[in-house]
Design a protein around this ligand. Structure first.
Ligand code: ZN
Ligand code: ZN
Length: 260
């Protein structure tokens, strides 16, 4: 039996992609199933996967960029219409809770219509969330730090973004979501990882590969690869082979399922 299945619903970056969906990753650690990020068209990908509408135990939203939350509302409309029964907690940056609630209300997705209880919980730095046999620990990234610097005076919000460590008794995974720099991964790498799911868009490939070289990571799956690197994937692959010093790696494609 496998300890983990990861289904890549969307491996594209933040730019409009003709050949990839936006960020959404379904992690199944029997018996716990987690969805990280809700890039569109996650509702359609979930339906196509043929999964039960009660399958997802929790949803984690890493940050509020549209390529990570743009499909959330249609997913909730689907959970309403398909009559999901199991209560659902969505973990997300605190500043997203009130506006998401408001938009659900404006979309007439009222709590009273739902056959399940929908709750929102703010992510807290280094505070693990336990779901059955799995612990999810969020750590902050500097993904939105330059926007904070430029716009905080006018838009005094948190500019929060998180990466995650996912652990069961048998397996440990790092999920980068969107970073500001490779160094944001440091807390995830404090413990050996069976798999690192890592973005490749917001820094130079060389800087990431140099940072990861020699780290206790058994395998890397690159996701959220930006358009330029995606169009020149063989160059990036050659560089990774040269610099990662034997850590096995792959570039994820939509619909792919990874089992460990
Ligand atoms: Zn993104
Ligand atoms: Zn982002």
């Amino acid at each position: 039996m496998h300890s983990l299945s990861l289904r890549c619903f969307g491996t594209g970056d933040g730019w409009p992609c003709a050949d990839r969906n936006h960020s959404a990753f379904l992690y199944r650690f029997e018996p716990t199933t987690l969805l990280i990020d809700c890039g569109e068209p996650v509702s359609g990908r979930f339906k196509a996967a043929g999964l039960n509408y009660d399958a997802i135990d929790r949803i984690f939203l890493s940050h509020l960029h549209c390529d990570h939350v743009g499909g959330f509302f249609m997913l909730m409309q689907g959970f309403w219409l398909e009559q999901r029964q199991k209560d659902l907690t969505v973990h997300l940056p605190a500043e997203g809770i009130a506006p998401i609630r408001k938009l659900l209300q404006a979309a007439c997705i009222f709590d009273e219509l739902l056959a399940f209880r929908l709750q929102f919980e703010p992510l807290e730095v280094a505070v693990p969330v336990t779901i059955h046999n799995v612990q999810v620990t969020p750590y902050p990234t500097t993904h939105l730090a330059s926007l904070r610097q430029a716009y905080h005076a006018k838009y005094p919000q948190d500019f929060a973004a998180y990466c995650f460590r996912l652990e069961s008794d048998r397996i440990r995974i790092g999920h980068s979501a969107d970073l500001g720099a490779p160094e944001d991964l440091a807390p995830l790498l404090e413990r050996p990882l069976d798999l690192l799911v890592c973005e490749l868009a917001h820094f130079r490939s060389e800087d990431l590969f140099r940072f990861l070289r020699g780290r206790p990571v058994k395998r890397i799956l690159f996701v959220h690869v930006d358009r330029h690197r995606w169009n020149h994937l063989e160059e990036t692959r050659a560089l990774a082979e040269k610099m990662l010093d034997g850590i096995p790696f792959a570039f994820a494609r939509d619909g792919e399922e990874i089992r460990l």
